[in-house]
Design a protein around this ligand. Structure first.
Ligand SMILES: [Zn+2]
Length: 259
């Protein structure tokens, strides 16, 4: 159906990652993202490198502007966003793995902390929120999904398949609950209309008339979470349970935070 290829290209000395997606589309499309370039091509034609070279100046201009914006979204190394709030990370040798304090917005990192366990906690918390929202929706909303999967998605918040499988980006757990719900609702509307057509957005607007503003805010959050130090560690493709402990936090500069 579709495939994604990742590669690197250097444009005027700037090294950019680029993803090539082959889709059943008529026209080619380039999107510039904070991590690089996304090229969407028809299944059997189009040469990504040639397309990137031809649009080099525009790509670099947009990319530089995004990089400037990134400075605005930098968060301190000892902060982790959770459900729309900024939680402070604290190293605490008294604790085994980790403890999340939702009242004081603290995450205590213990001596046996491992990222896999923390990631599971984030996944479960997000899944609970999604299921809670699905249950709260009135009966007339078509919410008959097949399967829900939560994973690291590098380029988007969510997707849904023709088989009604819903895929959600694990970083959604950092968003305010209202925005998590917005993303879920958006995907449910794809059960009715697959494409992002005008009639699709009319369905979204029934519940979220300010959906355009929400999308802009979601883009900003996307940039901010990608810059967050702990999210970067969590999303490393091959982190090891053994090596990533609280020692890693000392390496990234967190150790000094707890004194
Ligand atoms: Zn969509």
């Amino acid at each position: 159906m579709s495939s994604t290829i990742k590669n690197t290209i250097i444009l005027d000395g700037v090294s950019l990652e680029y993803y090539v997606r082959r889709r059943r589309v008529k026209n080619t499309r380039i999107e510039v993202k904070p991590w690089g370039v996304l090229v969407v091509l028809p299944v059997n034609c189009g040469e990504p490198l040639e397309l990137i070279e031809r649009n080099k100046n525009w790509i670099l201009k947009v990319y530089r502007r995004l990089k400037e914006n990134e400075l605005l979204y930098q968060s301190p190394v000892n902060v982790f966003p959770l459900l729309g709030a900024s939680y402070t990370l604290i190293l605490d040798e008294q604790i085994n793995k980790f403890e999340v304090d939702h009242i004081r917005h603290l995450i205590r990192i213990g001596s046996n902390f491992n990222l896999a366990g923390f990631k599971n906690f984030l996944k479960k918390t997000l899944l609970d929120r999604i299921l809670l929202f699905l249950n709260s929706l009135p009966g007339e909303v078509d919410k008959q999904y097949n399967k829900i999967t939560i994973k690291n998605q590098k380029t988007r918040w969510a997707s849904c398949s023709v088989k009604r499988n819903l895929n959600f980006n694990i970083k959604m757990i950092s968003l305010p609950v209202k925005l998590i719900e917005f993303i879920v609702f958006h995907e449910l509307m794809h059960f009715k209309i697959r494409s992002h057509s005008e009639s699709f957005y009319k369905l979204v607007a029934c519940r979220y008339p300010d959906y355009q503003a929400i999308r802009r805010i979601l883009n900003e959050y996307f940039i901010a979470f990608n810059l967050n130090k702990l999210w970067q560690l969590i999303c490393q493709p091959h982190f090891s349970k053994q090596t990533i402990s609280s020692n890693v936090f000392r390496l990234v500069g967190l150790g000094s935070m707890s004194g």
